[in-house]
Structures are given as structure tokens and as C-alpha cells.
Design a protein around this ligand. Structure first.
Ligand SMILES: [Zn+2]
Length: 160
């Protein structure tokens, strides 16, 4: 099967730039957004907050792989391990009622950044998560995200 890439030619990957800590208009990801990093994967607070589910975390491979089709399984396994750790930390840090995880692949699958990423969302009773419109996606300031990152990091450090 031929796997088609959807990244434009000479794609300046915003997630790779964020991982490098580049201050660039092409990425809104800041060093202060990161909550976890090891040799294979990293996790950071998402730039956009969605509906009532602010502070959601993105887990990514440190190397550039576009989607689930090309992600090496070793990275995929580590991403799942870290997502579980983040989910537990998020429960403790945000006192949320539930967690939803999501991974989008190809434009038809709602993928917008063409570097594999796995979402971990905090969920709350009656949060209307499934009926949130795109207008309810809010671009946040780094300082606001840093508050969420501090809570997740504290929960991770406490082994929660
Ligand atoms: Zn990338």
C-alpha cells in the first residue's frame, strides 16, 4: 500500500520546531508548555484550549513521523505508556471526572499538524465535549498554559 503524505512540500513542522525550542511564527509551542520528555517521546500542553476542556496534553514522538501508518511501534508503545502516565497525573492535577484520548490521521481524519500526535483531554460531567464548535477553540497565552503545565508536572513528580 502506498502511504500518501499530506504535509506540504518543504513543510516547516510546527511540532518539530516546538521540540527544538525554536522561537518562530511557525510554531506557537513554547518550552514552558512541556510536561515530560524522554529519549523517544515528549508531552506538552496544547496551544489551543477547546470548550470546557482546557489544559489538554499532546504526546508526540521526538522524531518526525507523519501519522499512525508510519509511526514505529516502539514509539507508539512509549506514547501509550506516557499517555497513561499523563492521564493519571491529569486526574490528580485537574480533578477531572474522566479522560478522553484521541489521535487524528490525514485531513479526512481531522489531522491538521502533520507530525503524529496523541491527545489526552480532561473530561467533566456535562462538559458538552462532543458538541463543541470550532469557534470554541481558543488560542491561549503561554502564561496560562504554564499554570496547567506546573500542575501536571507536580502530579507526575508526586507519582500520581
Ligand atoms: Zn515534525
Amino acid at each position: 500500500m502506498i502511504i500518501k503524505s499530506h504535509a506540504p512540500e518543504n513543510y516547516d513542522c510546527p511540532i518539530c520546531l516546538g521540540l527544538l525550542g525554536s522561537a518562530s511564527q511557525k510554531t506557537l509551542i513554547k518550552a514552558s508548555d512541556f510536561v515530560y520528555r524522554d529519549e523517544l517521546v515528549s508531552a506538552f500542553i496544547n496551544t489551543f484550549f477547546i470548550g470546557k476542556n482546557g489544559g489538554h496534553v499532546i504526546v508526540v514522538p521526538n522524531e518526525h513521523f507523519e501519522n499512525i501508518y508510519t509511526l514505529p511501534v516502539a514509539h507508539g508503545h512509549r506514547i501509550f505508556d506516557v499517555a497513561q502516565m499523563i492521564a493519571l497525573a491529569m486526574k490528580a492535577a485537574y480533578d477531572c471526572d474522566g479522560i478522553t484520548t484521541r489521535n487524528n490521521n490525514e485531513p479526512a481524519g481531522d489531522q491538521h499538524a502533520f507530525h503524529y500526535h496523541f491527545h489526552v483531554f480532561p473530561r467533566y460531567v456535562d462538559d458538552d465535549y462532543n458538541s463543541v464548535s470550532p469557534a470554541e477553540k481558543r488560542l491561549t497565552e503561554p502564561a496560562e498554559r504554564a499554570g496547567y503545565a506546573a500542575k501536571i508536572k507536580a502530579a507526575l513528580a508526586a507519582g500520581e
